[in-house]
Design a protein around this ligand. Structure first.
Ligand SMILES: [Zn+2]
Length: 453
């Protein structure tokens, strides 16, 4: 037994198939799960893997709640986007690092232990690259390392302002790269890969990446075997534009023109026909659902029931960060369906199945696939990213393995995540992140400065 290996136990431990009584596991010196050895330290009644957050634009955390005032009569995603662009213009590496660190602390405390950053704020506001072209990406990597969260960084390829191939607008210029500058960015970032950091690729959307560039990128050597994420079919307008210019709906077009498989995450995929739903499920790709952002932006509802019937893989993301809570994402995933169908317990497939357990299990599995990392499971060689729930909360009193996750998801508005471990390190103890005061002070100074800009 190596000195650095520690063995832990819990009354109930969440393993791949569900709760297991009196489970034990070890964490080795590299922060990965290992077989238990020797005396175990009891962590608590309920220990489960942390949730991967498969879609984040960190900078948007600082504008959450600033676009909730009635504007023009056609208020929609597109008017919200204007507010977001104006806000983004004031953010440089220092601001991004401060905002992301605060965000990641909030994620850890809420039960997310991994985040996929869909990162497109690459250059200076006028579009000129920074002296170090990957400076904004490095700000995110530093924020993740400082807070301890596991990161999959997805630099975004963003080339055109619409399906017609128009150039980027003045406000979009800082997002832009051509294929060669994008590949150089990937090369620079992959040098930082290692413990707790994976690099993947992201196509902003079909409207922002021409077909030829998509093919070119997917054929490069560096892109092989990396996770691939794309925003798709979030808006009806996007579906209509895709039909008009490419003669097919976005998901249909992508499935016909790209090698979509388990390496891919299709973020939102809100507007699907029945045929697209079953094809997407069969592809093995992850549907990246962001229910609180999709509700906030008025996007629409994902066809959850049909997708689960077709054995589709899904995960959750907090996207615009109007809410940072895996519990609330999963709750609203289910509630949206209940409201629109006037039925209950939609996500559970068989009589007697728990909705909370079905959703938590599905989002762990899909989130890990989207992250391209061994997370979301307490099995040997996985990253030791885990949550210890609050045994002392009255909300969890008299709950057993059959009812625990339903109470956690549907009844918990007070935080029920007591301790959080990431990569074998305790990052949250008794509801507090080890560096939360300093990180919050830096965040406050940055947003106060941004508010005056
Ligand atoms: Zn997004």
């Amino acid at each position: 037994m190596s000195d650095a290996t520690r063995t832990y136990s819990a009354d109930q431990l969440w393993l791949a198939d569900g709760w297991s009584a009196d489970g034990a596991f070890a964490v080795d010196a590299s922060g990965h799960v290992a077989p238990p050895e020797g005396e175990a330290e009891r962590l608590g009644a309920w220990v489960l893997p942390g949730m991967p957050n498969l879609h984040s634009h960190a900078f948007q955390r600082a504008m959450a709640g600033l676009a909730e005032r009635k504007g023009r009569s056609d208020d929609s995603f597109w008017t919200w986007r204007e507010t977001m662009y104006a806000f983004a213009a004031a953010i440089g590496p220092e601001e991004l690092k401060a905002i992301a660190a605060q965000l990641y602390v909030e994620m850890l405390k809420a039960g997310y232990t991994q985040v996929c950053e869909f990162h497109y704020l690459h250059h200076q506001p006028d579009g000129t690259p920074y002296a170090q072209p990957e400076a904004m990406s490095l700000a995110l990597i530093e924020a993740a390392r400082e807070t301890g969260i596991t990161l999959t960084l997805l630099p975004v390829l963003y080339m055109t302002g619409g399906f017609d191939g128009r150039p980027l607008s003045a406000r979009q210029r800082r997002f832009g790269n051509d294929l060669s500058s994008y590949v150089r960015l990937l090369e620079a970032l992959r040098r930082h890969e290692g413990d707790g950091l994976r690099i993947g690729i992201a196509l902003h959307s079909l409207r922002a990446v021409p077909e030829e560039a998509m093919r070119g990128l997917l054929a490069t050597r560096i892109a092989q075997d990396l996770p691939v994420h794309i925003h798709i079919a979030e808006q009806i307008g996007e579906v209509q534009d895709c039909l008009a210019t490419r003669g097919a709906r976005p998901v249909e077009w992508l499935l016909d023109h790209a090698p979509v498989d388990a390496r891919w995450t299709l973020v939102h995929a809100t507007h699907l026909t029945g045929h697209e739903t079953s094809r997407l499920a069969r592809s093995g790709a992850v549907a990246g659902l962001c229910p609180t952002t999709e509700a906030n932006l008025g996007d629409g509802l994902f066809p959850l029931s049909d997708y689960l019937d077709a054995k589709g893989v899904l995960g959750i993301g907090s996207d615009s960060h109007i809410s940072i809570s895996p519990v609330e994402e999963l709750r609203w995933l289910e509630y949206g369906q209940r409201l629109s169908t006037r039925h209950r317990n939609i996500a559970a497939r068989r009589e007697g199945d728990s909705v909370g357990e079905t959703l938590w299990r599905a989002a762990l599995r899909g989130g890990a696939r989207a992250a391209g990392l061994p997370v979301g499971e307490l099995r040997a060689a996985a990253r030791a990213d885990l949550l210890v729930l609050d045994d002392e909360s009255p909300l969890l009193a008299a709950r057993d393995a059959r009812s625990l996750l339903d109470s956690f998801l549907f009844a918990g508005n007070t935080p029920l995540v007591r301790h959080v471990m990431c990569g074998g390190r305790w990052v949250v103890r008794d509801f507090r992140h080890h560096d939360e005061a300093g990180i919050a002070a830096r965040y406050r100074a940055v947003v106060e400065r941004l508010a005056q800009a």
